[in-house]
Write a protein that binds this ligand. Sequence first.
Ligand code: PLP
Length: 473
Amino acid sequence: MPADEFRKYGYEVVDWIANYFEHIDEYPVLSQVEPNWLKDNMPASAPENGEDFGTVLADVDRLIMPAVTHWNHPNFHGLFSTSTSSVGVFGEMLTAAFDLKGMLWRTSPVSTELEDVVLDWLRQMMDLPEHFEGIIYDTASVSTMHAIAAAREKAGFSIRDKGMSGRDDVPLLRVYCSEHVHSSIDKGVITLGLGLRSLRKIECNDRFEMIPEKLAAAIEEDIAAGYKPICVIPTIGTTSTSSVDPVDAIADICEKYGIWLHVDTAYAGSTAIVPEYRPLFKGWERADSIVVNPHKWLFTPFDLSVLYCKDLSVLKDAFSLVAEYLKTTGEQSVKNGMDYGIQLGRRFRALKFWFVIRYFGREGLIARLRDHCRLARLFASWVEASDRFELLAPVPFALVCFRACPAGVEDLNALNERIMNDINTSGEAYLSHTKLGDKYTLRLSVGSIRVEERHITKVWDSLNRHLAEGGVA
Ligand code: PLP
């Protein structure tokens, strides 16, 4: 594409994005298309000859937009509400323009060193001790998989070289987490060949927090049975309810038995930059590894997950493998990203995060997180004051778990499922659910950079209206 044409369409694309962000709350949050709508509207095969880019851009409105679910919409409250800032978009643009592959320092000094710089800034903002060194992966699932691999490496057994199959000198290796853990932990043990039977889920109390005494008893029982505990994974901010496992007490247990402690705080970790939230993180400074996702709640476009390790060299021991064509001379002291995981080439993700931190500053980020937590507490206060709704879990961060419970309705699960589906189908907002015990529980997550109090009010009005429309007074 000639430079002039690039400039022309570049300005058009930026205008398009600016309009999109300006008018985003006019779109239905969830895409309204039926499955296969997009496929049915696309040509069956690729164009024989190149097309004018203006025609392609026009098709974004005609074909792409109807099938978009708007994660950036301020009324996206399902799963975890995540969003990109505008500067995050600029970061992605430049990253694509450089298109570098951060494998070796030599192939990408800027990506290697900027990653170290921004991760150290984040470490300081979160008040983690200096010995934590970070590495960026795409997702928390991949960060945690690498943490479990490091724990397995640390436990001995030379699995890197000898593997696990066909050996009778490797006992069952145990990984522990709570029953409210994210499924990425299950996937991690599957991927690493430990198998789901290696994962032991520990019972929680009525606040959905892991019970440390149950963990200690499980470890004792496993050791007596000849198993080898290798890793414990508490969560600060679980996916269902955002509950906080007692990391400090769990760290005591890990210390006693010499077990790797990996803290999953993919969602809530961002709030460690807010001083009044730090008490919820007590004990995480004792961890061997920690995962936190700036792409969840620090306004950085997907994807960017950070794994902090007390000793990053364990990851290197597990994964470093330097093929002849990757050897470089005279750079023995540099950090090569490829040594710390299964990927060779790594995206230049640090750039967008650098933009975000510089544009908002620590105070700007803190103010936004504080406001999200305030809005969640405000919504929770409306739920508590209503005799037609009830809270089903504490609200430590910005996630509210609740349900409609009007008098005289027998099947509350069916009622709540119906209300959620009605709201989601209407496009007014997007809510998701979880099951707490046998209760169908609605979840409202507040985390969009564009969310204001009026958006929360809109959901509350909508909930009450849809409840009434079902004939419930
Ligand atoms: N851990 C927790 C606590 C989560 O809430 C999530 C996603 O919501 C994950 C891990 C997985 O995140 P990712 O999509 O980055 O793999």
